[in-house]
Design a protein around this ligand. Structure first.
Ligand SMILES: C[S@@+](CC[C@H](N)C(=O)[O-])C[C@H]1O[C@@H](n2cnc3c(N)ncnc32)[C@H](O)[C@@H]1O
Ligand code: SF4
Length: 352
């Protein structure tokens, strides 16, 4: 699939839930919200069918996200079915990390709450969720970690879960997931003091660390001059401590990050400058499928198309394929975040 601007679509981000066990200030609205009703969320069967169709059209990489994807019942049973889809060769998960160290089954062998109904599970009785995901074919995990300060973590996420997240990171390392990335959303006044500790934390564990600029999703006041911290400034702060960062223009993962090597040692850092990098959208290869069955050609645009409606109305595979192609045709050249964008949908309900 290729759009009018030459973006080649090979990457589908699939949100499987709008629910989350955290309440990050930049992702959730301030006011209490209602979760989607179960019948308004794509079933796993429906999601798998849409992924299969996307794969027929050239999608080879998947990222399962949310909300918090590991809160959805039988997520493991779902993930285990992904490698069998012809054409899919790269399966990643984005998670807040809180549930990665949990037992996928309780020690002793009986099915734990995260695995209900997964009779086809191949998880060993005492595997962590991270190990079970690895066994299911997941090769990359992105774990959100904005700070190592427990109090600041609780303030940002609304939950005192930092110890669980750190255990989750250890579990992902122990599970030997080939690519583990830590994602830190930059917030002036909130985690500026955490850049160096996070770089050290990632270096010790040999993990890729990426810094992400705040984007105006969820509610319009998520981003203002007081809390926005551009990647260029974060880079300067890190350079003041570690010396020059060496650009690595040829190193890419699937995402929009630009990578640098820390000169004084063998460590890689990524910077995702959705707001300040004017070339950010040029290499975009993504489509998003929300958990309520909307195809979104761009995170930073209002455009979304209801594929659940046509699927539930009985569309054939050929009709669904055409739907994908029509959405790709309407992919914008770039996002609208710099145009005083007012979000129409929470990040937690899009799938970051
Ligand atoms: C929406 S979350 C979903 C997956 C999982 N719950 C997690 O936290 O990683 C995906 C990513 O989006 C990022 N994110 C959420 N709201 C954001 C915002 N307003 N600006 C930039 N990144 C944001 C999160 O930090 C996270 O790395
Ligand atoms: S960023 Fe992730 S963990 Fe935080 S509220 Fe959003 S979905 Fe939940």
């Amino acid at each position: 699939m290729e759009d009018r601007y030459g973006h080649r679509i090979s990457y589908l981000r699939v949100s499987i839930t709008d629910r989350c066990n955290e309440r990050c200030t930049y992702c959730m609205p301030h006011e209490l919200q209602e979760w989607l009703a179960r019948e308004d969320v794509l079933t796993y069967e429906e999601t798998l069918r849409l992924i299969r169709i996307a794969a027929e059209l050239g999608v080879s990489k998947l990222r399962i996200t949310g909300g918090e994807p590991l809160t959805r019942r039988d997520v493991l049973g779902f993930v285990q079915r992904l490698p069998a889809i012809p054409g899919i060769n790269d399966i990643g998960i984005s998670t807040n990390g809180t549930l990665l160290a949990r037992w996928s089954r309780r020690p002793g062998g009986d099915a734990g709450s995260t695995l209900q109904g997964a009779s086809h599970s191949e998880a060993a009785p005492e595997e962590t969720m991270a190990a079970a995901l690895r066994a299911a074919g997941v090769n990359s995990v992105n774990i959100s970690l904005d700070t190592l300060d427990r109090q600041a973590y609780a303030q940002t996420t609304g939950r005192d879960f930092l110890p669980q997240v750190l255990d989750g990171i250890d579990a992902a390392i122990a599970a030997q997931i080939p690519l583990i990335k830590l994602n830190c959303v930059l917030m002036r006044g909130r985690n500026e003091d955490q850049l160096i500790p996070l770089v050290e934390f990632a270096a010790k564990r040999n993990l890729i660390l990426r810094f992400i600029e705040l984007m105006p999703v969820s509610h319009s006041d998520v981003l203002d001059e007081n809390n926005f911290l551009p990647i260029a400034e974060a880079r300067r702060n890190i350079e003041a401590h570690f010396g020059t960062l060496i650009p690595e223009p040829t190193f890419r993962t699937n995402g929009p990050s630009t990578y640098y090597k820390v000169g004084c040692r063998d460590q890689r850092l990524g910077f995702i400058g959705a707001m300040t990098n004017l070339h950010f959208c040029e290499s975009c290869n993504k489509l998003r499928l929300t958990c309520d069955g909307k195809l979104r050609p761009c995170l930073g645009s209002y455009l979304e198309f209801d594929i659940m409606k046509v699927l539930r109305a009985g569309a054939s595979d050929a009709e669904l394929r055409q739907f994908f192609l029509d959405v790709v045709e309407r992919k914008p050249e770039q996002h609208d975040f710099r145009e005083n964008y007012q979000p129409g949908r929470m990040m937690v309900a899009i799938g970051g």
